[in-house]
Design a protein around this ligand. Structure first.
Ligand code: ADE
Length: 291
């Protein structure tokens, strides 16, 4: 079973929509939400991956349903949310986690590539949030968490993703203001270097760069998927009732590093920084195996 730090039954009776739940941080978060009693509605493009995660969650005693949808398409998102509301009633939470990008310097990004990344990481999240608001949350309230990325100092080598993620932070802040009147909170979580299956999506030429990431992090390690999932669960929970428009960084302090300032060594026992891993199915990404 998932070893959550949150109280059992925290999300009992809650319906929470999560995009991109087929792998990585999304899959881990789906498991934690279900372990805390939520009915999790997984949305993604690959029905096979969603079915596999639903089966894992059912095996752990949780409740999850998979829905395949391309979140870039307005009509498809509208129809999907109508289907979710008809089948499950009010939607209490939305985790906008689906994303994707490819490494490329700006000079090599075509308009098609740029727009594809913007559509997945920015437009899709907007469409999902707007439809959940229109079709359920404007009437019943709700909590939305947008998953972005450590784009502080921007994203050399993945400029389309940096632009999309920064846009999503701005969207989060605008929606927090405009939707507060409906009892809807909107926040974001910005994960840094996380040891998740997403690390295996990059080309083999990036292997050594990826393995060296912890040297640029004051806490000297990768984060775990569960450390991100816990931040998401907190923002969805009633304990975050006065938090809206915030972006919660989960990055070991990476954006606080100053070029030219030597990186201090971490005490050998790690102090209060030892990794938290509550996910019973967590696996080391292949790129980090042997570390
Ligand atoms: N995950 C990544 N891209 C997606 C998309 N366009 N629709 C749904 N889930 C996705």
């Amino acid at each position: 079973m998932y070893q959550s730090i949150f109280r059992p039954g925290l999300f009992r009776g809650r319906c929470i929509v999560l995009t991109g739940g087929g792998s990585g941080i999304g899959r881990c978060t789906a498991h934690e939400l279900a372990a805390l009693g939520a009915r999790v509605l997984l949305v993604g493009r690959d029905a096979g991956k969603l079915d596999a995660v639903c089966a894992e969650i059912a095996a752990a005693g949780g409740l999850a349903h998979g829905y395949s949808c391309n979140i870039r398409e307005e009509g498809a998102v509208r129809a999907l949310v109508a289907q979710l509301v008809a089948a499950h009633g009010p939607l209490h939470g939305l985790v906008n986690n689906a994303g994707g990008q490819f490494p490329a310097p700006l000079r090599e990004i075509s308009q098609k590539g740029w727009e594809a990344v913007l559509q997945t990481n920015l437009t899709g999240g907007f469409l999902m949030a707007r439809e959940c608001l229109e079709q359920s949350m404007a009437m019943h309230g709700g909590a939305i968490v947008n998953i972005v990325a450590d784009m502080y100092g921007s994203m050399p080598g993945m400029g389309h993703s940096g632009a999309a993620r920064a846009g999503m932070v701005s969207f989060t802040e605008t929606a927090a203001f405009e939707w507060a009147q409906y009892g809807v909170r909107v926040n974001a979580v910005a994960p840094g270097y996380i040891a998740s299956s997403g690390m295996d999506q990059y080309p083999p030429a990036m292997r050594e760069t990826i393995r060296a990431f912890p040297r640029t992090v004051p806490l000297h390690r990768f984060g775990t998927e569960s450390e991100v999932a816990a931040a998401i669960c907190f923002l969805l929970s009633e304990a975050a009732a006065f938090i809206t428009g915030s972006t919660l960084r989960v990055d070991g302090g990476r954006p606080n590093v100053r070029p030219g300032m030597p990186m201090p060594a971490l005490r050998t026992d790690g102090g209060a920084t030892a990794p938290f891993n509550g996910f019973h199915l967590a696996a080391t990404p292949r790129v980090l195996e042997g570390d």
